[in-house]
Design a protein around this ligand. Structure first.
Ligand code: PRP
Ligand code: URA
Length: 208
């Protein structure tokens, strides 16, 4: 299974700010969005391009573009929407689907409450967005819902991944590629990532 961890001093620097409990909502949101952009560049390294002719101020040239319609970005509500700005900055015509789910606080199992994706989703590569891959339960459900719709190529973009979540996806969906800014140590007894950054949704939306 392909698991890509961004390894860059600037990414580490941004992560240090993000993880710090003293970092406020504004800066937290900005960094989530910035890291989502970098993850998007990395995940789209294999994007197919087509030739097109343009004219620079100097002369005509043959250059390359991607077809933005080949993709659908699917944030998992709520926290995944915090990554959307960073994606739309680079893929302004991106089609967006939403999967609403929350983890039950006792069982840590995800509950799906909303599912709306582009009509022709089966023809697109689906790029799931969620800052946290913890037990992997939410990612697993999202992947299964998309595969049921006929999606053949899926990538999962997150800010922090736990080894437990990676292992679960590896076992169940080895075809799905994971892109993350960091792979952390483990989960704690409440299924939070250690050292992690706390509750991503609450920190993005300022709900705690
Ligand atoms: C968080 C996070 C993931 C999920 C990860 O969402 O954004 O969706 O938990 O955990 P898992 O890998 O163990 O499933 P949460 O349920 O807190 O909802 P929220 O985005 O509304 O805060
Ligand atoms: N969800 C979060 O927001 N943070 C974690 O550490 C685990 C799941």
């Amino acid at each position: 299974m392909k698991v890509i961890e961004l390894k860059h001093p600037l990414v580490e620097h941004k992560l240090a700010i993000l993880r710090d409990k003293k970092t406020g909502t504004k800066e937290f949101r900005e960094i989530i969005s910035e890291l989502a952009t970098i993850l998007c560049y990395e995940a789209m390294k294999d994007a197919k391009t087509y030739e097109t002719e343009i004219e620079t101020p100097i002369r005509k040239m043959i250059t390359h573009k991607i077809n933005e319609n080949h993709y659908a970005f699917i944030p998992i509500l709520r926290a995944g929407t915090g990554m959307l700005d960073g994606i739309i900055n680079v893929i302004p015509n991106a089609k967006i689907g939403h999967i609403g789910m929350y983890r039950d606080e006792e069982t840590f199992k995800p509950n799906v409450y909303f599912f709306k994706v582009p009509k022709d989703i089966e023809k697109r590569e689906a790029i799931i967005l969620d800052p946290m891959l913890a037990t992997g339960g939410s990612a697993l459900d999202a992947i299964e819902l998309l595969k049921k719709e006929g999606v053949k190529k899926i990538k999962f973009l997150c800010i922090i991944a736990a080894p437990e979540g990676i292992k679960k996806l590896e076992e169940e969906h080895p075809d799905v590629e994971i892109y993350c800014a960091a792979i952390d140590e483990k989960l704690n007894e409440n299924a939070y990532i250690v050292p992690g950054l706390g509750d991503a949704g609450d920190r993005i939306f300022g709900t705690k």
